[in-house]
Design a protein around this ligand. Structure first.
Ligand code: NZQ
Ligand code: ZN
Length: 386
């Protein structure tokens, strides 16, 4: 096992009817900006629950943050924060609203020339404006981690940021919010969380027995709840296990002491930036080709995953690993997610070269757990995903 440090300061308030607890978590003298997305919270009653809970809190609101939070719109929110002397942010939404809020938390206290530099110059945020979240869509883990991904339409870029100052102070996880989530977003949530685990697990063995079993148990739980939650999002048993699995998949715990990959996400983000494909679906496009391409480097873990998660007991190590990739693709299909770029766009020619060039220009010359995935290899993987 590798050396590590672990600190996660986010307070989780989990369970039925917990949204009413918001006010206990926000300082009484705070001036709050309530941030939300395109309006789902107004239809499903979450907005009412939140504003009722904020009855004695001084707050104003900013809605309209789109899926893949957009830089230009967030700059409008930043102006509101400055003009209204906001001291505390409250995100009510999925990964996009929470990530947008993290960007604002960083940008509000940023003293450099333009907040865009936070994204392009990899500036870590040591201290941000404090914020809490009410999670409405289990998927990203953003409610309990310190990372964010921001999109800029103007330049078709999608870039990550983060730092120890960007953990939410608290996050409220009421699994009942899942009942209004459309099928497409439920599938996205399952897919995203599943891939988060794979990115931190499908590398090479380092005798980290507990981390491996944490990861495998999250994968098994997602596989078990997937058909139930897709069939009936009001099934509280399935919803609560789905929600907690997504949070645990990316709150930092399972990646401690082990190598991590994250190349699937790096390539996937480009597909969202170029084609607007949902984040989770970009992962389903890239992951199978990535595991085929890097088969030799990953085959020990692929076989272990095949045995422990998919009960593949027959065959050589190579055969088990191959079967594990097949099972994974079949699972993506079962939850209704296509796995080829051509399923999403007819305009895919030249994409691989474009992505490889972008990575070269950014100096991303070696991705993956061995830092060996050079832009020419990225190009091959994306081509395999056509
Ligand atoms: O905008 P509204 O109207 O609220 O509708 C949203 C949105 O259209 C809807 N929705 C959310 N909760 C709902 C609901 N509809 C009905 N009932 C509810 N309870 O769902 C749609 C998608 O929401 P979004 O927040 O975009 O989804 P998700 O949580 O999947 O977030 C995706 C974003 O997170 C980033 C992605 O790149 C993408 O930009 N990620 C963030 C990560 C992180 N911070 O750690 C890691 C991830 O790998 C990912 O990159
Ligand atoms: Zn993701």
């Amino acid at each position: 096992m590798n050396n590590f440090e672990f600190k996660n300061p986010t307070k989780i308030i989990f369970g039925k009817d917990t949204i009413k607890n918001i006010a206990n978590e926000i300082p009484t003298n705070a001036k709050v900006l309530l941030l939300y997305g395109g309006g789902s919270i107004k239809k499903n009653g979450i907005y009412d629950q939140v504003t009722t809970a904020l009855a004695n809190v001084d707050f104003i609101e900013f809605g309209g943050i789109p899926a893949n939070p957009e830089y230009a719109l967030l700059m409008d929110a930043l102006k509101v924060i400055k003009d209204e002397k906001i001291t505390y942010l409250l995100a009510v939404g999925g990964g996009s609203v929470i990530d947008g809020t993290k960007f604002l938390s960083a940008a509000a206290l940023y003293e450099g020339e333009t907040p865009w530099d936070i994204l392009t110059k990899n500036i870590r945020t040591e201290k941000g404006m404090p914020f809490g979240t009410v999670l409405t869509l289990p998927a990203t883990g953003s409610e309990m981690n310190s990372g964010a991904v921001i999109t800029r339409k103007e330049t078709k870029e999608k870039l990550a940021m983060g730092g120890p100052g960007l953990f939410p102070v608290f996050s409220i996880l009421d699994p009942q919010v899942i009942s209004s989530i459309p099928q497409r977003q439920l599938a996205n949530g399952l897919m995203d969380a599943f891939t988060h685990v794979l990115e931190q697990y499908m590398t090479y063995p380092v005798e980290a027995l507990l981390q491996d079993r944490f990861a495998e148990s999250i994968l098994q739980t997602i596989i078990e709840v997937a058909p139930k939650i897709l069939k009936d999002p009001t099934d509280y048993k399935a919803a609560s296990n789905f929600m907690w699995s997504c949070t645990m998949a990316l709150n930092g715990l399972i990646q401690k002491g082990v190598p991590t990959d994250w190349a699937v996400h790096a390539m996937g983000h480009e597909l969202t930036a170029l084609f607007g494909i949902d984040h989770a679906r970009t992962l389903a496009i890239i992951a199978p080709s990535h595991y085929e391409f890097n088969f030799d480097a990953k085959k020990e873990k692929l076989a272990q995953y095949g045995e422990r998660v998919w009960n593949i007991t027959e065959g050589t190590l190579e055969e088990k690993s191959k079967a594990a990739i097949k099972k994974t693709v079949a699972f993506f299909h079962e939850i209704g997610i296509d796995t080829k770029l051509s399923d999403y766009t007819k305009d895919y020619e030249g994409t691989a070269e474009k992505i490889a060039k972008r990575f070269t220009d950014r100096g991303w010359l070696g991705l993956g757990e061995h830092q060996s995935l050079s832009p020419d290899k990225v190009e091959e993987i994306v081509k395999m995903a056509y």
